[in-house]
Design a protein around this ligand. Structure first.
Ligand SMILES: Cc1cc2nc3c(=O)[nH]c(=O)nc-3n(C[C@H](O)[C@H](O)[C@H](O)COP(=O)(O)O)c2cc1C
Length: 328
């Protein structure tokens, strides 16, 4: 009897596919739909720190067309809502009443202050966990990398210490010493790290010479970033790892589990193919497990991590040399 269940930051998930935080997890109807099509958990859309929205509005003033980016539109429309906090707490309560899978609230923050109180309210509203989505671009050349990292650490520590539900931290890749930073953040009190967020990207229109939003959705080849780092770091941290960005199909899920992730988060593929795509991906995972004789996720999770591999060099630069020499 096949069992797809997994444990993620202390929560029991019926399977490792989590609907990532986005407009697709912004209403109870959509959360129900995620559960109906087999999601193992949902991360509700983020509630945003005022400062972030203001920064994005500034960017919008300077960059024609940036509001056309769906993610920015969502950010700004949410920020404009009155009673945003009460509405968010209601969303948690209703989602919890409606589905049996874990419901994780998401807080988008850049400072630790106001969110401590809010995190407690999220816990009281019944969320099974909190995901902190920290969005901090290291743009200032006068600020050292460790100053930025300290903000992440302060947020992670403060929120983890103020609630008893598990806290995950969702980060990007813009750190000077990624492995060290990830290890430090993993020991900050959070139960999991989400590797990696996909930040807003811009592009240039070379006809109008304007800044325009780049593609809002990831492509499947973007899986390479998190696959590398999860396989390199899994088994070497004090917390769970959850894969995010570029996971579009069963193969993507399987790769990340082989790398050592406890679960994966999907967003772009659900926008592109509909929430019902979760059922398709789950079936692909089941078929692969059957073909390979695996009955549980633990039978193969982490099998291809650098630590489990007998060939750690394969995860490092030598591969590049082989490609250059035409040996791969
Ligand atoms: C339209 C849109 C809205 C999003 N909203 C949020 C959000 O509210 N909070 C958050 O943490 N991430 C948000 N994200 C990021 C996704 O959760 C996810 O991290 C990212 O899209 C990478 O995963 P993917 O490759 O499966 O799309 C959003 C992404 C998109 C495209």
């Amino acid at each position: 009897m096949m069992d797809l269940s997994t444990r993620y930051m202390g929560l029991e998930l019926p399977n490792p596919i989590i609907a990532s935080s986005s407009g697709l997890t912004a209403s109870v109807e959509e959360v129900r739909k995620c559960a109906r099509f087999g999601a193992g958990g949902v991360v509700l859309r983020s509630i945003f720190e005022e400062q972030i929205a203001e920064e994005m509005e500034d960017l919008g003033d300077r960059s024609v067309g940036v509001h056309d980016h769906p993610e920015v539109r969502e950010y700004l429309s949410r920020y404009g809502q009155e009673n945003a906090i009460d509405e968010y707490l209601d969303l948690i309560r209703e989602a919890k009443r409606s589905v049996e899978i874990p419901v994780i609230a998401s807080i988008h923050c850049a400072t630790s202050g106001v969110w401590i109180e809010f995190a407690r309210k999220v816990e009281q509203a019944g969320a099974d966990g909190i995901e902190l989505n920290v969005f901090l671009m290291p743009l200032d050349p006068d600020r050292e990398g460790r100053e930025y990292e300290q903000v992440y650490l302060d947020i992670a520590r403060a929120v983890s210490a103020s609630v008893s539900i598990p806290v995950a931290l969702k980060i990007g890749t813009f750190f000077s010493g990624l492995a060290h930073t990830v290890r430090t953040l993993g020991a900050s009190g959070v139960r999991a790290l989400v590797l990696f967020n996909r930040f807003y990207r811009f592009d240039f229109d070379i006809e109008t010479l304007r800044i325009v939003p780049a593609r809002a959705f990831s492509s499947p080849d973007e899986i390479a970033g998190s696959l590398r780092w999860i396989s390199l770091l899994s088994g070497r941290l004090n917390c769970d790892l959850v894969a995010n960005t570029g996971i579009h199909d069963g193969a993507g899920v399987i790769k990340q589990l082989l790398a050592g992730a406890c679960a994966v988060q999907m967003c772009s593929a659900l926008y592109q193919y509909g929430i019902e795509h979760i059922a398709v991906v789950l079936e692909e995972v089941r078929q692969w497990m059957t073909q390979h004789g695996f009955e549980t996720i633990e039978d193969f999770r982490g099998k291809m991590s650098r630590m489990a591999s007998g060939n750690p060099e394969a995860y490092e630069r030598v591969q590049f040399m082989k490609v250059v020499e035409g040996r791969l």
